[in-house]
Design a protein around this ligand. Structure first.
Ligand code: 1HA
Length: 270
């Protein structure tokens, strides 16, 4: 499989293969912990993933065979946030979480090792998680002076249930790939040497399905949980579809032609 580099970055790899974009955190020295710069680069890559019609599925992973992502880089954790090259404290991983949730394309976490802390939340917010047998899962916040009470808690609880989510956060234990599978935290577990093949297979299968149908399902599943922001996203898709109808064109044409619109000929199904 020949991945083509889409853009060069200092902290991530951004590659493409037959409709699939792969974003790899490239800091194996730190178990793929992220700094604000790493996160900014992932956010930048995600903008391209959203805009580029040749990209149908997005995959997140970590470099090497030890870690998917170990969360925020504790070396740069400082007063009010994590400090990047501009010297400003940020929690910009939260922006990436929102991008993953709202991009109208499936996002797969390819969990190739530790998914810990903010790195665990990163896989949780992806649409699907496929893990290697050596993957290990867990939150550490209350142990290391942090917490994610946003998607990292509420969406986690939607995935594994309230009791399990509280256990994961209150005890800060680690869980094996098999335990993660048993609690519905991941979709599938495979040997490490089969991980990418499996992810590509799943992506290819989804690319045979109707992209608009997948888009509406993702927006609907989000909307049920995301309140007004979820409805806003779902409604945007409805407006997009409405703009594809003659009825909507009639409204715009009538305005431009300075006449009364005639909507009488459009169907009103029961
Ligand atoms: O909670 C949030 C947020 C909440 C709201 C809004 C934004 C948030 C943003 C981020 C976060 C967080 O992510 S808080 C949680 C931060 N992460 C952690 O607490 C995990 C820390 N790491 C570990 O527990 C372990 O390293 C590990 C279970 C992932 C792997 O263990 P292992 O295989 O035994 O390796 P280890 O020797 O520990 O690590 C290898 C090297 O990587 C070490 O460096 P060295 O001693 O060789 O110099 C280690 O320090 C480094 N490393 C690992 N994880 C991190 C790290 N360095 C910096 N930051 C890390 N997260």
């Amino acid at each position: 499989r020949k991945w083509i580099t889409l853009k060069e970055y200092s902290e991530i790899k951004f590659e493409f293969f037959e409709g699939i974009a792969k974003i790899t955190i490239n800091r194996p020295r730190y178990r793929n912990a992220f700094t604000p710069d790493t996160t900014q680069q992932m956010c930048d890559a995600m903008v391209r993933c959203r805009e580029d019609a040749n990209i149908s599925v997005v995959v997140f992973t970590g470099e090497g065979d030890k870690a998917f992502c170990s969360g925020g880089d504790q070396n740069v954790k400082s007063f009010a946030g994590y400090i990047g090259s501009d010297g400003v404290p940020r929690l910009n991983i939260l922006d990436l979480q929102k991008q993953i949730r709202s991009i109208p394309k499936p996002v797969i976490a390819m969990v190739n090792g530790y998914a810990i802390g903010g790195g665990h939340v990163l896989h949780v917010v992806c649409d699907l998680s496929i893990a290697s047998e050596n993957a290990i899962f867990g939150q550490t916040g209350p142990k290391v002076g942090s917490f994610d009470a946003g998607f990292g808690s509420s969406y986690l609880a939607r995935v594994v249930g309230q009791k399990k989510a509280r256990e994961i956060w209150f005890l800060c234990e680690q869980y094996s790939a098999q335990e993660a599978l048993d609690m519905g935290l991941v979709n599938k577990v495979v040997p490490l040497d089969k991980l990418e093949d499996t992810v590509v297979e799943w992506a290819q299968k989804m690319m045979e399905r109707s992209p608009l149908a997948l888009r509406m399902i993702k927006a609907g599943l989000n909307a049920e949980l995301d309140g007004q922001a979820g409805i806003q996203e779902f409604a945007g898709n409805a407006t997009m579809l409405y703009y594809m109808t003659e009825e909507a064109h009639e409204g715009k044409n009538a305005f431009l032609e300075k006449r009364k619109p005639d909507f009488s000929k459009y169907p009103k199904f029961p």
